[in-house]
Design a binder for this molecule. Structure first.
Ligand SMILES: N[C@@H](CCC(=O)N[C@@H](CS)C(=O)NCC(=O)O)C(=O)O
Length: 340
């Protein structure tokens, strides 16, 4: 654990860039699956406290699905553990006592990288979250898009029947969901990072233009609709939501049922300013996205409870000194979210 890994925890290091200055995201390394009869069996009860995934930012999508599926007693988390990512990557409370942060309940690790290296001492990739960790000191999976599919079905025999019925990846919509996820991931989820971390004006411009072209595409899909695909909440909603909520969030001050009346657009928690994704705001550009986003936030506790704007803002403005060298976290807007 004394290996110098600082080069792997700093996303600005050159080896994560293409020759044109575009951010390149290396693929996640651990890709095992929890499934009946598989290498990792779904377990309950005895597993609590032994299989521990740790979550933050990208990981919010995994946390949302964990809650939608009623997996809180089966999959333990340290979800409020991290906010300020420094040279050693994500710290536990023992290394950075940020309000609400938690300690590593199993090994008293200081940083997430300690857990990665405990399991795979020669690991050469980035120490990202979420990471799904097994009782036998094994990382099962560190790719959130796979983790949410696992959560969707692997534990259905162990959760309440109404939670087992929740299916965000239904067979008949899979092709459509997969197709949409592909461009939403590259242009929107990862597009905000490619804009914010670009190191040439050309790379930035290409990323930010693609981001807004794809937001326009999403806007058209959502016009007059409750959900992105079909007439139910799917994985596509969860994946698009976690980025758009960090891009434009503008809760209504009025009755949450009358979303059209009172769109108070004044909140861009992170990406508009920090990642320079400011081609336009929701009032002028994306009212259907805004309406869909707010409805999920106010009407579904899985979305609201797992969105902590203080942690979100602190993480981004503090953890990327190459973009924000003073690490000052902007004060506004005040209030962050108005009462209903
Ligand atoms: N593809 C991964 C990406 C995870 C990811 O990049 N997580 C970020 C959270 S913002 C992280 O841990 N970054 C730390 C680093 O890059 O050193 C997933 O979706 O699980």
């Amino acid at each position: 654990m004394s290996r110098d890994v600082s080069g792997q925890t700093n996303i600005t290091k050159g080896r994560f860039y293409g020759a044109d200055g575009t951010l390149k995201r290396p693929p996640s390394t651990f890709r095992d699956f929890i499934e009946k009869g598989g290498k990792f069996e779904p377990e309950k009860g005895a597993v609590i406290g032994q299989r521990v995934p740790f979550f933050a930012a990208w990981a919010t999508r995994a946390l949302i699905v964990r809650k939608l599926k009623g997996l809180e007693d089966i999959i333990r988390t340290c979800d409020r553990g991290f906010s300020r990512m420094g040279a050693n990557g994500w710290p536990f409370a023992s290394a950075d006592d940020f309000p609400g942060a938690e300690n590593d309940p199993l090994y008293q690790a200081q940083h997430i990288k300690d857990l990665y290296l405990k399991c795979a001492p020669d690991y050469g990739g980035r120490f990202t979250v979420p990471v799904l960790w097994d009782k036998n000191e094994t990382i099962i999976n560190n790719e959130s898009s796979v983790i949410i599919i696992m959560f969707n079905s692997a534990f259905n025999d162990l959760v309440d029947p109404e939670k087992a019925e929740v299916d965000i990846y239904p067979e008949h919509l899979r092709r459509e969901i997969n197709e949409l996820n592909e461009w939403v991931y590259s242009d929107i989820n990862n597009g905000v990072y490619r804009s914010g971390f670009a190191i040439t004006p050309q790379a930035y411009e290409a990323a930010v233009k693609q981001l807004f072209t794809s937001l326009d595409r999403l806007e058209k899909i959502l016009e007059g609709r409750e959900y992105i695909i079909g007439d139910q909440l799917t994985e596509a909603d969860v994946r698009a939501w976690v980025t758009t909520v960090r891009l434009f969030f503008s809760p209504s001050a009025g009755n949450p049922q009358s979303f059209d009346d009172d769109l108070q657009i004044r909140f861009d928690p992170v990406y508009v300013s920090h990642f320079k994704c400011n081609i336009r705001d929701t009032r002028n550009g994306c009212p259907a996205i805004n309406k869909w986003m707010k409805k999920l936030y106010w009407n579904n506790s899985a979305f609201k409870e797992l969105t902590d704007f203080d942690h979100i803002k602190t993480h981004y403005y503090w953890s990327h000194p190459n973009i924000n060298p003073t690490r000052i976290v902007p004060a506004g807007p005040v209030p962050l979210i108005e009462d209903l």
